[in-house]
Design a binder for this molecule. Structure first.
Ligand code: PLP
Length: 382
């Protein structure tokens, strides 16, 4: 019999759809996938070369569990751009932001603790909280806006942490500075941990990204600031994420990591070092390209009857409301795949029924073609 813990973890509802999309593609069916959670650009050349050099120089052995000192130093410098001053012993490097997050959850949460998570959420937040034996407490948002008032309503004696992801997956919503200030005050007043997922920070358009830990020392002490090279430098497969937090927390997370995975891949760490310290042209190019695509996809979706799409401030997703067309996002996503040959992710996977997540990490040509197909499908449904 499998453990109770593992049986509590739900299988991703999106798996069935993406498995089906892959199978259809394999059969030669012309599927356009707007379901990707990663940039469609290649990892920049100088980053790949740094990895090759690391191999040639024999940097192929265990490193310090929390990461090579050069990389940690580069991360402290990077955090200065966010106006947060961390020292090197306040940094951990892990196998992607996903492992950083898991380290954080297991380090902070006890059985029965509650962690507040706004809807829509990246599904991993919920499952990791459950793996830590904690209870995710969901809060509703209005037009994806996350406010301190909504969070406050859910605070009780069991509340231990608040998780905020900005820019957000799946909505692309960027939390406004004023809202962050109030959330920071709330966390300090109630002595709550703040787990901040900022992995999409560099994919942002009209707005500015603010790191909550930069506001003052009190809130900084309570915050784990999580980031990664994954989305910023199109390095999703390299598996390097990192966090800044107070020393005791980082030490505990490192201890945990030492017994689970040890250091993240040594070669990938050198690649991440090159990413953070080398030329940044790629980041700007990708941002501008995503910006064009966001404008296109939002326009195309809003031109469709009964579809309502907010214009998100960041990430590479849009999360339009299709509830006037079909309440079940899973049903609609299956129909879109089968009939329109467009693969997307149903909103229910992110806790919001009636919505669909379209990733625009695809070429303008594919986005246009996918929109033509969705439009035709909706017309045929009338
Ligand atoms: N956080 C969010 C909000 C994400 O969307 C993702 C990836 O989809 C991650 C974290 C994971 O990042 P990494 O690939 O660095 O583990």
């Amino acid at each position: 019999m499998l453990s109770e813990k593992i049986r509590r973890i739900e299988e991703s509802q999106t798996l069935a759809i993406s498995a089906k999309a892959k199978e259809m593609k394999r059969q030669g069916i012309d599927i356009i996938s707007l379901s990707a959670g990663e940039p469609d650009f290649d990892t920049p050349q100088h980053i790949k070369e740094a990895a090759e050099e690391a191999i040639r120089k024999g940097m192929t052995k265990y490193t310090k569990v929390s990461g090579i000192p050069e990389l940690k130093k580069a991360i402290t410098k990077k955090f200065l751009d966010n106006k947060i001053k961390y020292s090197e012993d306040e940094i951990i490097v892990s196998n992607g932001a996903k492992q950083v997050l898991y380290n954080a959850m297991l380090t902070l949460l006890n059985k029965g603790d509650e962690i507040i998570i706004p809807i829509p959420y990246w599904v991993t937040f919920i499952e990791q909280a459950k793996l830590a034996d904690a209870s995710p407490v969901l809060i509703e948002t209005e037009k994806f806006r996350i406010t301190a008032d909504k969070i406050e309503e859910k605070i009780n004696k069991k509340t231990k942490a608040i998780l905020i992801n900005t820019p957000n997956n799946p909505s692309g919503y960027v939390v406004e500075k004023n809202d962050l200030i109030k959330i920071a005050e709330l966390a300090v007043q109630n002595n709550l941990w703040l787990i901040m997922d900022e992995v999409y920070e560099k994919i942002i358009y009209e707005q500015e990204h603010f790191s909550i830990a930069s506001f003052n020392d009190e809130v900084k002490k309570l915050t784990i600031t999580i980031n990664a090279v994954s989305k910023t430098y199109s390095m999703t497969g390299w598996r390097i994420g990192y966090a800044g937090a107070q020393k005791d927390v980082i030490r505990a997370m490192t201890n945990l990591q030492s017994h689970t995975t040890s250091n993240p891949n040594s070669i990938a760490q050198y690649a991440a070092l090159a990413a953070l310290t080398g030329p940044q042209e790629y980041v700007d190019m990708a941002r501008k390209e995503f910006w064009k695509r966001r404008d296109l996809i939002v326009k195309r979706l809003n031109e469709m009857e009964d579809v309502n799409c907010e214009k998100p401030g960041g990430a590479f997703y849009v999360f339009p409301d299709f509830s006037l067309i079909e309440e079940s996002s899973l049903k609609l996503a299956s129909q879109l795949l089968e009939k329109a040959k467009v693969a997307i992710v149903p909103g229910i996977a992110f806790g919001l029924e009636g919505y669909l997540r379209f990733s625009y990490a695809s070429s303008i040509k594919d986005i246009n073609e996918a929109m033509d197909r969705v439009e035709k499908f909706l017309r045929s449904r009338k």
